[in-house]
Design a protein around this ligand. Structure first.
Ligand code: SME
Length: 148
């Protein structure tokens, strides 16, 4: 199965599990589970905007840092800039916050509501350059499902 096909199935599954449930935390939790199980990422989860910080939300994978300030790390940068950030090599990203030494590449996709970032979807891989435009486009679709 191609990555596109895997995303098509994963997104169908996410749509099915979030249909009829309007609690964002519950829907984030199941979405993280579907993505993590489908692709075998190292870490898959959400950080939620709380005031001037991002606070750890539902995730799958190893223990992670709980709070990230605006503009810090990949997550805080994606929040500040309101756009998806793909990092092919985390060691080359100035200010990267290493929650796990295993992580080699990362993608962070903001969840937007009324033009504001409400949370970010953060995914880490143990492989360098694991994320491309397909991941960006499809994960932005997932982010949109969670804020509609
Ligand atoms: N690497 C992220 C921190 C979160 S962990 O990857 C789960 C960052 O630089 O923002």
């Amino acid at each position: 199965m191609t990555k596109q096909e895997q995303y098509t199935l994963a997104i169908q599954q996410i749509e099915a599990v979030i249909a009829g449930e309007n609690d964002t935390i519950a829907n984030m939790a199941n979405s993280a589970a579907v993505l993590h199980q489908t692709f075998g990422f190292w870490w898959t989860g959400f950080y939620i905007v709380r005031g001037e910080e991002l606070v750890l939300g539902p995730f799958q994978g190893p223990v992670a840092c709980t709070r990230i300030r605006k503009g810090r790390g990949v997550c805080g940068t994606a929040w500040e800039q309101g756009r998806t950030i793909v990092v092919p090599d985390v060691h080359q990203f100035k200010g990267h916050i290493a929650c796990s030494s295993e992580s080699q590449s990362e993608i962070v996709v903001p969840l937007m509501a009324d033009g504001r970032v409400t949370a970010v979807l953060d995914i880490d891989s143990r492989e360098t350059a694991a994320f491309d435009d397909t991941d960006r486009c499809r994960l932005e679709q997932v982010a949109a499902l969670l804020t509609r």
